[in-house]
Write a protein that binds this ligand. Structure first.
Ligand SMILES: *Cc1c(COP(=O)(O)O)cnc(C)c1O
Length: 384
């Protein structure tokens, strides 16, 4: 079933999966087992112990490699566990150049866990890739890109950063959580590794926490598998099954997220109480041209601010919505609303968060796949 010439939907549904050899079951079974019987010492069917490899996880890892146009996939207990694995490839003294406007948990992992092991992190605004070059030196081993960013929806030019990484002989890893491989395939643009929080769009139903890495570089893959097995932050067979099932409809869901996102973004832009709307599909978004070049759609993540920038107004709106649910996370079928200043970015000092645009009235939406007119009516009554 491995055919790199297949189109996205075919790979999403068939990549990595085949009927169960024991029973013919068309869906990959949940192999809820820790170990595998060996005929004699060293004689087994490719599975010895489920930390190392489990058939349900293996099918998902192959499926993820297929949809990201890569060769090797690896799954972890969360998105952060996937990042943790990648950073463990580095040695004390090595330097990482990272997007400055990035997922808060990634920032915390870099700064409070790995910095004390002597890995040096530089947080750099990457919308102008020339900024990155100022930090490149012979210790630079990894460039970490998140695009679009959370919650400001900034776009980083992956091909331009890939050229810098190549010249510096550094690995380029892209956190592709927001875009999904349906909208953006970083390996095709020159990245070495793609990272996912599968918790979000890949799982797509807000019922799993999981992470993944995908690469086509065998040397990097071998290191990833060595660390995955040695550190042991693997995902279980039930969760692997759920994400495999989620991915079968990824293209359908993301199409609708994009359609609904566009309608909601335009509604907000025309609303008299709304100040700025951050969505990469707008022609006046500062990196719209780059988004158009490297993405096949603009997604359902939108942030907006209110005229007057009063925190209380934003808190009223997130309380008054009825279909949008007030919650952290994103990428599920249901629409979510959040207030970054008091939720995801509360631990960042006010002056610091305001520098990147996370002001008091900023509201973030994960637009789901409900009917757009109901979502718009909900926002309309909450804004009234
Ligand atoms: C959620 C998220 C993560 C972390 O993933 P977990 O599955 O929550 O550990 C990393 N990057 C981005 C962009 C995210 O949205």
């Amino acid at each position: 079933m491995k055919d790199n010439n297949q189109q996205f939907a075919t790979k999403a549904i068939h990549g990595g999966v085949e009927p169960d050899p024991a029973t013919g079951a068309i869906m990959t079974p949940i192999y809820q087992t820790s170990t595998y019987v060996q005929e004699e010492v060293g004689m087994h069917k490719g599975y010895e112990y489920s930390r190392t490899l489990n058939p349900t996880r293996h099918a998902l890892e192959k499926n993820l490699a297929a949809i990201e146009n890569g060769k090797f996939g690896a799954c972890f207990g969360s998105g952060l566990a996937a990042i943790d694995c990648l950073i463990k490839m580095l040695n004390p003294g090595d330097e990482v150049i990272s997007t400055n406007d990035l997922y808060g948990g990634s920032y915390r992992l870099f700064n409070t866990i790995f910095a004390k092991y002597g890995i040096v992190f530089h947080f750099v605004p990457m919308e102008d890739p020339a900024e990155i070059e100022k930090y490149v030196n012979d210790k630079t081993k990894l460039i970490w890109v998140e695009t679009p960013t959370n919650p400001m929806m900034n776009i980083v030019d992956i091909s331009a950063v890939a050229a810098i990484a190549k010249k510096a002989n550094a690995i380029l890893c892209v956190d592709n959580t927001f875009a999904t491989p349906y909208l953006q395939t970083p390996l095709d643009l020159g990245a070495d590794v793609v990272m996912h929080s599968a918790t979000k769009y890949l799982g797509g139903h807000s019922d799993v926490v999981m992470g993944a890495l995908v690469t086509s570089n065998e040397e990097i893959a071998n290191e990833i598998y060595r660390i995955q097995n040695s550190s042991g932050a693997v995902t279980g067979p039930m969760d692997s099954f759920l994400v495999l099932r989620g991915i079968k409809t990824l293209h359908l869901r993301v199409q609708r997220h994009c359609e609904n996102g566009e309608k909601v973004a335009h509604f907000l832009k025309a609303h008299p109480k709304v100040d700025k709307v951050y969505w990469p599909g707008f022609e006046d978004h500062k990196n719209h041209e780059v988004a158009k070049k490297q993405m096949r759609g603009f997604g359902g993540m939108i942030s907006f601010t209110l005229k007057g920038n009063v925190m209380q107004d934003a808190l009223e709106i997130v309380k008054k919505v009825k279909i949008f649910a007030l919650a952290e996370s994103l990428g599920g079928v249901e629409s979510l609303i959040g207030h970054p200043a008091t939720m995801t970015h509360a631990s960042i000092p006010k002056e610091e968060r305001e520098k990147t645009g996370v002001i008091d009235s900023l509201i973030r939406l994960s637009v789901g796949v409900e009917d757009a007119q109901d979502l718009i009516a909900d926002l309309e009554q909450a804004l009234a």
